[in-house]
Design a binder for this molecule. Structure first.
Ligand code: ZN
Length: 152
């Protein structure tokens, strides 16, 4: 009990100092240069279009890299178009058609020729076959290791 820590006294004197300081401020009450309500505005790039473009470009590239990670180019064995495929699971395959592939796919052409709307088709069944083959050959990494219903 006798060894009163100096810290305690120090803290108290600091408190006193602070109190004094506060009082002085209250008396002075000089408005700060920016005014109490004026926040420093967060940097928006409106005044700096070059930087804004750079930031946007970087974001776009990041997203592209994310989207294309795990994508494998698969050739449709029937119509020989290449699409980007990402296998997310046994029942979930993400296929990214580009306009050239859509235009050249024989299955889609058939639909167009018969007056149908290829946009309503989810994928070319031959391509689905090719994807299955690619998975079987280990060309396409499947994210889940469920055993495929073996066909030899
Ligand atoms: Zn096809």
């Amino acid at each position: 009990m006798s060894d009163t820590p100096d810290v305690d006294r120090l803290a108290r004197s600091m408190l006193l100092l602070h109190g004094h300081d506060d009082e002085e401020h209250e008396h002075g009450h000089t408005p700060s240069p920016g005014g109490p309500g004026s926040w420093r505005k967060a940097p928006d790039f409106a005044s700096d279009p070059e930087r804004a473009a750079a930031v946007r470009e970087a974001t776009r590239r990041d997203r592209e890299r994310y989207l294309s990670s795990g994508l494998v180019s698969i050739d449709c064995r029937f119509c020989h178009v290449a699409v980007q495929v990402k296998k997310l699971g046994p029942a979930h395959t993400s296929v990214q058609w580009n306009s050239e592939a859509t235009a050249r796919c024989a299955h889609f052409s058939e639909i167009r020729a018969s007056g149908g709307d290829p946009a309503r088709e989810r994928a070319c069944p031959r391509l689905a076959d090719s994807i299955r083959h690619a998975v079987a050959e280990g060309c396409l990494e499947e994210y889940s290791s469920a055993p495929a219903p073996g066909d030899g």
